[in-house]
Design a protein around this ligand. Structure first.
Ligand SMILES: *Cc1c(COP(=O)(O)O)cnc(C)c1O
Length: 427
């Protein structure tokens, strides 16, 4: 719970910080994954708390990309589709992602964007539940999820019924046999609040509906277990916590039991049972490959594969433990040092994903002023200062440092500086 009372003054800010800094040091020294940040490249001195938007560059990726370009493309040319395994990369890299979301091999493919994969899943799910017209979805979901659902609803004649995660069980009970699909994100992209994937999936199944999970902010941050939860479909980004790089392709999960029935709307030739038969009739592959569409972005796929290689010896449970420890200390530091900015989500790290947000009427100025101090978070409209921890790269000392910088920004009114008034295109 957030203590009531006035903000610390200029003088007792650092005093309140001393025990936090001491504990951060202890936690960093005892941390089982303390070697992990050393596998990534970040500019010296920067406190990067935006790995939930664009993950840091893994040290092995520049060489892997150079190899893909100079050897595989320049020398191997078209033969590399076979000799370098380009053709099978979507499934191979999919399995590597699957390991981090509790998906046994053969249920995940990588390619296209999360937006495209969401559209594929909305329509495919509707087709798997003919006679049911209702999709239950969070009205506060990430906008692309809502935009694509709205278009899928027009295409497939669906009714979108809004329900925030805590309202879902009641809505499912009320609409019961009409519900085709429950579509939710595990982690709220704004507040960081996490919901119970297994319980909500079970609630959807109870009324005969399918469950689609958007794990954009989960993979690499939570220990979500799709197989154990009985999830039907899931999608997620790879450029966030997985550090796949800007524009890295997304992934889609189809539970093994649905792979012969799933009927995605984008029936490109890579999803065909025999693409090089050059058959004019569409015969879908009989496994998760039917979620493939067209030629994938191979250079990005190979960069992502190298990024995932950084985590070969790390489990999702280990990443989750590190993330929870970092998030817990960040919440504590914010609560102690900047009590005047309320948390947007819960304070319990068990109920959060990999980021924490606080509300401020001057959020944009605060985020810019923090950046001027070398602390990178991000602004989310209308009033959120969002600070992400990356289980891969963030140190406990960083999260206390960020809270201290926020205290200093507010104390010196730096967020009201005229230079921070203009909003950039990407926030
Ligand atoms: C980041 C994010 C996306 C992004 O989708 P793209 O197609 O990669 O632009 C979608 N949904 C959620 C919940 C996200 O957090």
């Amino acid at each position: 719970m957030r203590p009531a009372g006035p903000a610390p003054s200029d003088d007792d800010g650092p005093a309140a910080a001393a025990p936090l800094l001491a504990r951060a040091q202890e936690l960093d020294e005892a941390e089982p994954l303390r070697h992990l940040p050393g596998r990534y490249l970040l500019p010296e001195g920067l406190l990067y708390l935006d790995g939930n938007s664009l993950g840091a560059l893994p040290a092995g990726v520049p060489d892997a990309v150079a190899d893909a370009v100079r050897r595989q493309w320049e020398q191997g040319l078209v033969a590399s589709w076979n000799t370098e395994g380009w053709w099978d990369a979507p499934q191979r890299v999919g399995d590597a992602v699957g390991r981090l979301v509790g998906a046994a091999p053969g249920q995940v493919v990588v390619g296209d964007s999360t937006s495209v994969q969401l559209f594929q899943c909305y329509v495919a799910a509707a087709r798997m539940r003919p006679g049911r017209r209702v999709v239950v979805a969070d009205p506060d979901a990430f906008p692309t999820d809502l935009h694509l659902l709205s278009s899928a609803a027009r295409l497939a004649d669906l009714e979108v019924v809004p329900a925030r995660p805590h309202e879902v069980p009641a809505v499912l009970t009320a609409r019961g046999g009409e519900v085709a699909l429950l579509a939710l994100a595990e982690v709220d992209y704004r507040t960081g609040e996490r919901c119970d994937v297994a319980a909500l999936t079970a609630a959807a199944h109870e009324v005969g509906a399918l469950a689609l999970w958007d794990l954009a902010h989960s993979v690499g941050a939570t220990d979500v277990d799709l197989d154990a939860a009985g999830a039907d479909l899931a999608v997620g980004c790879t450029y966030k916590h997985l550090s796949g790089g800007p524009g890295a392709p997304a992934w889609v999960y189809v539970a093994a039991r649905h792979q012969r029935d799933v009927d995605p709307p984008l029936t490109g030739w890579h999803g065909h049972a025999d693409p090089f038969a050059m058959d004019g009739r569409y015969v879908p592959a009989d496994d998760v490959r039917r979620m493939r569409v067209g030629t994938p972005p191979v250079l990005s796929l190979l960069a992502l594969e190298a990024a995932l290689g950084t985590l070969d010896d790390v489990t999702a449970a280990q990443l989750r433990a590190r993330s929870t420890s970092l998030v817990g200390l960040l919440v504590e530091a914010l609560t102690a040092l900047v009590p005047e900015l309320p948390l947007a989500g819960p304070a319990d790290p068990a109920r959060l994903g990999g980021h924490v947000a606080v509300r401020s009427p001057d959020a944009w100025g605060v985020v810019r002023a923090l950046a001027a101090r070398g602390v990178v978070g991000d602004f989310r409209a209308p009033d959120l200062v969002r600070l992400g921890v990356a289980a891969t790269t963030t140190r406990h000392a960083d999260v206390v440092g960020a809270a201290l910088a926020l205290r200093a920004v507010l104390d010196a009114d730096e967020h009201r500086g005229a230079e921070h008034a203009v909003r950039s295109t990407v926030t």
